[in-house]
Design a protein around this ligand. Sequence first.
Ligand code: ASP
Length: 362
Amino acid sequence: MKKAKFIPWKSKNLFSIIILFFILSGISIFSQNVSLPVQQAGSIQHPASLPVRQAGSIKNWVLVIHGGAGGTIGQKMAEDVQLQYTTKMTEVLKAGAAILSEGGTSLDAVETCIRMMEDSPLFNAGKGAVFNEEGKNEMDASIMEGRTLKAGAVAGVTTIRNPISAARAVMEKSKHVMLIDGGAEKFAKNQGLEIVPPSYFYTKKRWDEFQKIHYQEMYHKPDSVKNHGTVGAVALDSHGDLAAGTSTGGMTNKMKGRIGDSPIIGAGTYANNNTCAISCTGHGEYFIRNVVAYDVSARMEYKRQNLQEAAGDVVNVKLKSQGAEGGLIAIDRNGNIAMPFNTAMMFRGSIHPDGKIEVKIY
Ligand code: ASP
């Protein structure tokens, strides 16, 4: 049989070539549009809702802090008390921003901000921590680095001036993630961290709150004083790295030895460069049972929700439906922020590279 010769300029063949050209160029355009970002070995796939970030392309940092959620609907703190909180939070945000604007790490900014709030008697962390049922201060803290997924935590500590720094030391200087009680204190001392007598943490305000709640609970009266608080910070640095930290005295009149969500990675704190950084505040038992911080990250990773949707659904739908009070602060890997809460108020604030500071209570 005579073979058909391929002569391109013959009209039939030319038509086939043109069709073929359009098909091939269509495939290449299409494949550019749907291609997923190049994955590092072992890294997770980026949520589709987040634009792909090229390494090193982020120049902008972001910092968000909280000083606890709670309050009673319809009741507001006195103006001068509100001012004390907003002034302190502004100072904290500026200190964190000074680190981030110089190219410092999100981990340093988070630790610095939390130390400042631990040193302030205004917040339920460090000095100003609430009292347990025995009239003692037992504190919990944790920190996590989004780039490496490394984390550190301490729980039930009574003599470490800055529990967040002890949590960071556990992360960086030990082979463990969490140390508790005397073991954590011994480790912190060996690391050169400041150890103080338990009386350092006393404040009259917390003692009076404790007396009131202790009395109410003894007689099974309803809890009219909201007995929680906590501090936290999340940051994205100019290298594109996320970090999160949380520190607390827990809940007033808690049982001796009770540990809340704050030192539990995935419950009160979580950071992952592929999704977001989260720090929670609220009724810890619910936050543990719902693995709240990780739930926000998992929703972004698996359900492809964006940060606002993921954080909002967890706090205002899931937790609320269970009667769980609280809120969280969050930053995603592109610098978007969310600060949902389902309580009357949450001390919260953010700062951006243009110097824009927002500090809110209600
Ligand atoms: N989540 C903390 C705890 O349960 C308390 C709080 O944030 O208000 O220990």
